[in-house]
Design a protein around this ligand. Structure first.
Ligand code: SF4
Length: 190
């Protein structure tokens, strides 16, 4: 497992690419997942996520995945579970203070991040882990959140146009509509 973890860090850029594609698919599936019910798909998707990520990253299913910000090195494998960089006890050669046979998770994170396009994210300070989310699917949480942001941005854009042309909206509502467009009515979705 440890070797696969090291492999994932060495290939963090490829995993970053794969993760982005998977995320796009999940976001595109938002209407379907929403119709089925996110609570219904939570368990099966969390199970798939657990299987895939346990093999690749030694994932502990904390529910708030930060791999994109940690060079694909899971910080929950740090014996002290530090989410923001190493402790002061890193041994020479970058080995862990508690488990000397293992490289420090954060030394690996730095290495992985340096290979990634979005590697600068490692500088972002991460919040503490919310233990009540343990075992839940990060994939679903992230894609649902991003899909909601996209919906909100679309809504804001429409409202801004309608607000900027109040007379047109009154006389010709179809020129500055406020109602959500059905998918087939928008060119990009045909
Ligand atoms: S950060 Fe959390 S969800 Fe991501 S691989 Fe580590 S334990 Fe799993």
């Amino acid at each position: 497992m440890y070797r696969i973890r090291l492999f994932a860090i060495r290939h963090s850029r490829s995993f970053e690419w794969i993760y982005k594609r998977v995320e796009r698919v999940m976001i595109a599936l938002d209407p379907v997942l929403g119709r089925i019910g996110y609570e219904r798909v939570e368990r099966p998707i969390a199970l798939v996520e657990k299987c895939v990520k346990t093999v690749l990253f030694d994932c502990k299913m904390c529910g708030q995945c930060v791999l994109s910000s940690t060079g694909m090195s899971c910080p929950m494998n740090c014996p002290k579970q530090l989410r923001n960089g190493p402790c002061g006890g890193v041994r020479p050669g970058g080995f862990c203070e508690v488990k000397p046979e293992m490289k420090c998770v954060w030394a690996l994170a730095w290495d992985g991040a340096s290979r990634m396009k979005g590697g600068a994210q490692i500088h972002t300070v991460l919040p503490p882990v919310e233990r009540n989310l343990e075992g839940s699917s990060s994939w679903l949480r992230v894609s649902r959140e991003k899909a909601a942001h996209l919906r909100e941005a679309r809504e804001k854009r429409r409202t801004a146009i309608a607000d900027a042309f109040p007379d047109a909206r009154k006389n010709e509502p179809s020129a500055a509509p406020l109602a959500e467009e059905p998918t087939r009515a928008t060119k990009g979705n045909k």
